[in-house]
Design a protein. Structure first.
Length: 170
């Protein structure tokens, strides 16, 4: 898919960590969504740890330190999303990393189902259709994290928007 890359991982229990390097690597220009297919994992970033089980997912930023631990055998999808595609939609991502979106929530279920049904057909789709589906998936992911992003102000883009809500009293 043009904007999103998918990686399927299957392995046994282990621990790993990543620290950004001074000279930027291509992965640092991405956010990663980790979608747990089976097994369990713990992901730690920005002082929080998310516990993931089948159907759950969370986001992490490869430009900041992150660590993973997998208790036993596991299977997951990593979705690599370019920073410029996701950051404007989410705002301040430091409040969003290492927070689990549960697979049994409405938006969590939508994202998980969409990914599981879409991946098998990825290679056989025309580029235009794949891009349209990528946009839908980005909207679903944004919706899933919107509850957390409302809690903090967006990262400054050098401009502000003021909304004025008026109500009339009868």
């Amino acid at each position: 898919m043009a904007d999103i890359r998918f990686i399927q991982l299957e392995s046994n229990g282990h621990w790993a960590s990543s620290r950004p390097l001074r000279n930027k690597l291509s992965l640092e220009e991405h956010f990663q969504i980790e979608l747990q297919r089976s097994g369990t994992s713990h992901l730690t970033q920005d002082g929080r740890t998310a516990f993931l089980r089948q159907g759950d997912f969370c986001i992490f930023d490869m430009a900041r330190p992150v660590s993973w631990s997998f208790d036993n055998d596991y299977s997951l999808f990593k979705l690599l999303i370019p920073r410029e595609k996701l950051a404007p939609r989410l705002g301040n991502t430091q409040n969003l990393t290492a927070r689990a979106i549960r697979g049994n929530s409405i938006t969590g279920s939508l994202v998980y189902s969409f990914v599981m049904r879409y991946i098998p057909f990825l290679d056989s789709m025309p580029t235009q259709h794949a891009q349209q589906l990528a946009d839908i998936l980005l909207n679903l992911i944004t919706s899933a994290f919107s509850e957390y992003s409302i809690a903090t102000p967006p990262q400054s883009l050098g401009r502000s928007t003021l909304f004025l809500f008026c109500s009339t009293l009868s």
